[in-house]
Each structure stands twice: as structure tokens, then as C-alpha cells.
Design a protein around this ligand. Sequence first.
Ligand code: AMP
Length: 354
Amino acid sequence: MIAPGAVIGILGGGQLGRMMALAAAQLGYTAHVYAPEPRAESVAAQVSADYTQGAYDDEDALAAFAAQVAVVTYEFENVAAAPLAAITRHAPLHPPARALEVAQDRVNEKTFVEALGGRPAPWQQVDSADDLARAVAAIGAPGILKTRRDGYDGKGQWRIRDAADAAGLDLPSTPLIYEGFVTFFGEFSVILVRGQDGTVQFWDSARNEHVDGILARSTVPAPAGIAAQVPAARALAQKVAEALDYVGVLTLEFFATEDGPVFNEMAPRVHNSGHWSIEGALASQFENHVRAILSLPLGSTALVSAGAVMDNLIGDQADQWPALLAEPANHLHLYGKAETRAGRKMGHVTRLVG
Ligand code: AMP
């Protein structure tokens, strides 16, 4: 156990790091954030004791940062895994770098999950127009062409309606993957925390609703049709965590289909679909992530009420803050972002049910 007073290093300067730092502060720890943007642009820095501006591949800067903290974690998975060896010479890194390598590349991720018995949408790697034509012929259309790396919130994705659509596409010069379109009746996520002794706990799975590829609402508990698929999805998530010797919070996203759960993607970190747990569970995803990486006992993931609904505030939706505050039962979170942009996550609001 790392005693209170210690410093937690966080790679990534966004709202997930901000909420981790707030959870760490509650338990008596401070945060030191490492991110490439200037300090004034990091919303995690606003609530953290220390900040290092550095590139994610600057090994000297990473090593100097790691030498100042008791443990390092990350809130952002698009960090190259190799330079992180500079960190592990000075401080433990949780979750492990291997989790990043797997999760940051859609081909690695799907291959890894398939080897553990998981079922993703049918997919093929695409590196040329010929590859794409072959993939559409083999898998069928409609489908979605995605960048293998650096995609989030529906960015780096192109819907393909038919072969003509594929042929007309001006392919980006980055590695891609073509996925068959999954017909689903709902989307949900499994969020677990794994401690250093191998203990695993799950939060209730949320039903997730996306608008334009961006999470709009998470609801717990999920309706019965989704709930029936959660045990199989949890079993897969636990296998993934164990295979990676994972420590911390891990998220897997699924499509609920008539044929059972189809794996969509994983995130080796706390997740937007778990923000409801700040007020809706005895211990939030942020608190238990902090506890796990410090080797503290985990808190209970049980619901504190009948359920919770979390709505993201995207772009100018956050301008509604006065009306949201006027409703006394709302738990409003604003991330402190100075600039409002379309599609940008500015905050969220959680309402407990029952
Ligand atoms: P992703 O960033 O891959 O999670 O995609 C964002 C959202 O796009 C998902 O949550 C789904 O709503 C939708 N989506 C992505 N891939 C597929 C697919 N293969 N079939 C159907 N919908 C998809």
C-alpha cells in the first residue's frame, strides 16, 4: 500500500485525468500530470499539484517525471508503448504498457479478444484500395472503415453503403480496418477494476446511447435485454484483464444483438460510460482506479440507489448550466474547458433514480 501524501503521475491532461486527480485528492494523494499541451490548456492541471509539459515519446522527460512520483497511470490510450519503458525504470506503471499496445490498435485489439473467445464484428485489415474492395466483397456492405489507431468519438470513421461507395472513397494513407455493420438493439459497456491481488469487481453495466458516434447518455441499470448479455460480456472482460495482468479500471464496449454480445472496443482506462458512478456507486470508477494503482483495498461498486442516468454536455449544450443547476437533484460536472467546440465533451450531468 502506498500511503497518503504520495504523488500519482497521470499521463494525459483531459477530463478523465481531472476526475482521477479529484478522486486522489479525496484520499489524501496529489497528482502530477504529464501532457503535451501547455499547462493552461490542460483541464487536469487545474486540479493537480504539478504539471510537466512534454511529448509522449520524450524518454528523458518521461523518466524525469517518473522519478518524481510514486506510481504512474494514464487517462489517454494513444500513447506509444515503447517510450514508457523510461517510466518503468523509475516507478510502477498501471495498467501495464501491454494493455496500451493491445487497445490502441483495432487490429491488435480484435485479434487479442478473438484469441480469448470474444466475438467482434467481422473485420479485415485495409492498407490499399484493393484491400478495401476485397474486404467489402468478403464481409459485405454496409460496413464501417476505421483508422486502426487514434480514433475516438466516431472520428476516423467512414460509413460504406456498398461496393461503389468503397470504390469512390479517397483512402487516407494510414492503416485501416473494415468492419461489417452490426445490427444491434442496444450498446453497453462493462467496466471492471482489478486490484494488485487479482481481485475483480464490476460496476453495473450501463446502456449507452450514441449520437453522431459520441456517447450522449448512459443509463444504469440497463434494460433486461441488455442485462441478459452482461454475464457473457463480463466473463470476456475478466479474461482480458487476467491475460494482461491488468491493474486499474478497464472498459469493454459491446453491441447487444439478437445473437448475443458483440465486442466493439476496449479502453485501458476509466470511461465516459462510467461517470455516473461518481454519485451512483459507493466507490466511483475514479476512486477505485486510484485505490487499485496504489494497492489499497477496493471500495464497493454497488449502486447507492435504484439507478442513475448520465447525460454528456457536448459543445454548446454546456451553455445550459444555469438551467441544469436550477434543478437541485442534478449533479453537474463542468470540465473547465475554456473553448467550446462542436462535438467537444464539456461536462456531464448525472441524476440518481429512485
Ligand atoms: P467506435 O469509436 O468504434 O466505438 O464507434 C462509435 C460508435 O459508432 C459505436 O458506439 C456505434 O454506435 C457505431 N459503430 C461503430 N462500429 C460499428 C459497427 N461495426 N456496426 C455498427 N455500429 C458501429
